[in-house]
Design a protein around this ligand. Structure first.
Ligand code: 13P
Length: 249
């Protein structure tokens, strides 16, 4: 059984004060939730404050990125050990915004995933096609390449995949549950080719305009094991409703 995972990607939002306010309102609303794993990825500058407030809670911390070296002369970068030091257990890798604006490639994604695993962090590998690629019928080829190259040379590990169609991110356009299921089933097939039966335990999250209103129908699909939530994770009530998606049925 794959335990659902609902993760907040705060992107470049939420300073320390906002983080504090959010958690003071959010944590009581999800207290006692044990059937869903809850993860929040604050910007680096708010992780320490979030860690302080989330101590002893049922919410886990994630980084939004990392660099693959442990330490050294890499101005502006954050190492896997710095994230574990702050109490992070997960790290988002290869988000489409990093691929689009910061030159991330499948090869650098691969290096980051290896470094994360070596440090004991669970990577959330983000993949997904652009609108142009979807319209050109390239979706499955893109997903296959991102999975195979991103995971190149790796054993089946404690890994999470996030399928985030780029055209659904921040646009209000959600993939239909059927579209998400089709992509997730394809990704699981690809994982099966790489890892055999172990692919059945990898959680595949959907990301792209997940909201309290659409989360339950997405989660009803067989291969949708959770969500990676941007905009709707910035308000405590909205993110808590997403986490408690089972209660909306
Ligand atoms: P939105 O939920 O704002 O569409 O963002 C999705 C996302 O990119 C999560 O990583």
């Amino acid at each position: 059984m794959r335990k659902p995972l609902i993760a907040a990607n705060w992107k470049m939002h939420m300073n320390t004060g906002e983080t504090r306010e959010f958690l003071q309102a959010f944590l009581p609303q999800v207290e006692g939730v044990t059937d869903v794993e809850i993860v929040i990825a604050p910007p680096f500058t708010s992780i320490a404050e979030a860690a302080r407030l989330m101590k002893d809670s049922n919410v886990r911390l994630a980084g939004q990125n990392l660099y693959w070296e442990e330490k050294g002369a890499f101005t502006g970068e954050i190492s896997p050990l710095m994230l574990t030091d702050l109490g992070c257990t997960y790290v988002i890798i290869g988000h489409s915004e990093r691929r689009q604006y910061f030159g991330e490639t499948d090869e650098t994604v691969n290096r980051r995933i290896r470094a994360a695993l070596a440090a004991g962090l669970k990577p959330i590998l983000c993949i997904g096609e652009t609108l142009q690629q979807r319209e050109a019928g390239e979706t499955f080829n893109v997903l296959r390449r991102q999975v195979r190259d991103g995971l190149n040379g790796m054993e089946a590990e404690d890994l999470v995949i996030a399928y985030e169609p780029v055209w659904a991110i921040g646009t209000g356009k959600t993939a239909t549950p059927e579209m998400a299921q089709e992509a997730h089933a394809f990704i699981r097939e690809e994982l099966g080719a790489l890892y055999g039966e172990k692919a059945g335990s990898v959680r595949i999250l959907y990301g792209g305009s997940v909201k309290p209103e659409n989360v339950a129908s997405l989660m009803a699909e067989r291969d949708v094991d959770g969500g990676l939530v941007g905009g709707a994770s910035l308000k405590p009530d909205s993110f808590a409703r997403i986490v408690r998606f089972r209660e909306q049925n």
